[in-house]
Design a protein around this ligand. Structure first.
Ligand SMILES: NC(=O)c1ccc[n+]([C@@H]2O[C@H](COP(=O)([O-])OP(=O)(O)OC[C@H]3O[C@@H](n4cnc5c(N)ncnc54)[C@H](OP(=O)(O)O)[C@@H]3O)[C@@H](O)[C@H]2O)c1
Length: 254
């Protein structure tokens, strides 16, 4: 349960190695968050991060094996985390793969696998989280969507469509939780400099994990439904989404 000043005391990250999520977790720990659970494909690789969070003041830091591509395991893993650690104030759903559109074109099965991780895995994990948040009567599921789903580009339409599906799912889930005490906050970053985008040409309004993490922390304090990072992208995309398709094809070509 958040403390009397509204500070988050416990956080679970699904996709525990995500740079955006870990930057957010560091800020939450700096603001008195004491329980951190990192659920990741290779939890052993997070030993250094665990030590760092403990040194920063987190008293209960745990890692759990979690694979977005194994939806049948999600309910048991997530229920187990809530049972072991008690109430969880914030869950960051941060796993995702970007992939490469040309490789997806050449290997359709790999495209379906990216959709299965980004969208399918988020549906099974998100529903399992919602069940637990509803039961405890409070808590926020933060879903890392993307502007890529706001208007899908031909250059990464498999990734973009996975985020469009994820965004719609997260909004609907949030609406279904109204009145339960639990909430969903959808986060729509633009291009963020993380290992996911390493070596790529930066898009306009490119930003850093620090800026996105600040926007997430502020959104949690203000109980926002949707957060854009950087914030100007809200206005940029409200214009871009109405462009006639031939114009969009041209401006989104990069
Ligand atoms: N970077 C951007 O420009 C950007 C922009 C908008 C939205 N986003 C979204 O923000 C979220 C976080 O991205 P990020 O920038 O922090 O990138 P990141 O550091 O690469 O984090 C992505 C995480 O997803 C994990 N993951 C991938 N497939 C998984 C699977 N099958 N099961 C469990 N975990 C899996 C990765 O695990 P491993 O460490 O094991 O590889 C990695 O820790 C993603 O959903 C991304 O789509 C990113």
């Amino acid at each position: 349960m958040r403390d009397a000043l509204g500070a988050v005391q416990s956080v679970l990250v699904l996709g525990g190695g995500s740079e955006i999520a870990l930057t957010t977790v560091r800020k939450l720990v700096g603001d008195r968050c004491r329980t951190v659970v990192l659920a990741a494909r290779r939890p052993d690789e997070l030993a250094g991060t665990v030590a760092e969070l403990q040194a920063a003041g987190a008293t209960d830091v745990d890692t759990v094996a979690f694979d977005a591509l194994d939806p049948a395991s999600h309910e048991k893993i997530i229920d187990g985390i809530f049972e072991a650690h008690g109430d969880i104030d914030v869950v960051l759903l941060a796993f995702g793969v970007l992939g490469d559109q040309k490789e997806f074109d050449a290997d359709p099965a790999s495209a379906a696998q990216a959709i299965a991780a980004n969208f399918g895995g988020a549906v099974s994990a998100g529903l399992a989280v919602a069940h637990n948040l509803r039961k405890q009567g409070h808590g926020t599921l933060v879903v890392l969507s993307s502007v890529a789903g706001e208007r899908v580009r031909k250059d990464n339409f498999v990734y973009g469509s996975s985020k469009a599906g994820l965004d719609g799912f997260a909004q609907g889930l949030g609406d279904s939780l109204v009145g339960s005490g639990a909430r969903v906050m959808v986060v729509r970053p633009g291009f963020v400099h993380t290992k996911m985008t390493e070596g790529m040409d930066a898009a306009p309004f490119s930003t850093t994990p620090d800026v996105v993490a600040d926007a997430i922390v502020e959104g949690l304090h203000k109980r926002r439904d949707v957060v854009w990072a950087p914030s100007q992208l809200r206005y940029v995309f409200s214009a871009l989404r109405h462009l006639p398709r031939p114009v969009w094809r041209k401006v989104s070509d990069r």
